[in-house]
Design a binder for this molecule. Sequence first.
Ligand code: MG
Length: 233
Amino acid sequence: MTPHLTVAFDADDTLWHNENAFAAAEDRFNKIVAPWADPDEAQRVLVGFQRSHLGLYGYGVKSFCLSMIAAACDISNDEIPAALLRTIVATADELLAMPTKLIDGAAEALQAISQNWPTMIITKGDLHHQLRRVAEANVGQYCSDVEVVADKDASTYKRILQRHRIEPENLIMVGNSIVSDVAPLLEIGARSVHIPYEFTWALETAAQDPEPSDRWFRLESISALPDLIESLS
Ligand SMILES: [Mg+2]
């Protein structure tokens, strides 16, 4: 066993379901703006606003809501009625109020791994929403820390490692996104386990996998994670 190993977990679509609800909200958005655009065009405009808004608003539901409103105004040439804008806000409110549903096997894997190694959650998004979901999912008990960060790039991970006095080679990050949970970890010399989710957000979709190496792994299910961590330690 590597005594200094730390296992960090992404939260959205790694510990709990998230993107499935966003996908349903996007379908609803497509229907709201259907008088002015077909679904492909609606999504093209929406993703464009999400991308351009990231630097201004960051990640999370509130940012998504403002992007839907901006996209709806753009798509309709500012003709969309206020009642439909209210429906868009209601769609975002429902996302925020949605109960936190853990992915099968996530709590068991986290609990098992936390018995042998320090674990933490590293998630981006809205601070208030993410901390509430950690509490609802009742997973904080297995983690020595929860980091809600503005972005998950190499410099963010470096700062977390320095703050926790962890050497990069002693960190294993577990997550569903190549862009956020794998590539930046490989860049700083850490290891990563990729566990894909059934939906991937357009802005988290990697053009291609990193080169195969013994520093990143892919699993079908989080239930297989404790055995993999054991074998890597
Ligand atoms: Mg995720």
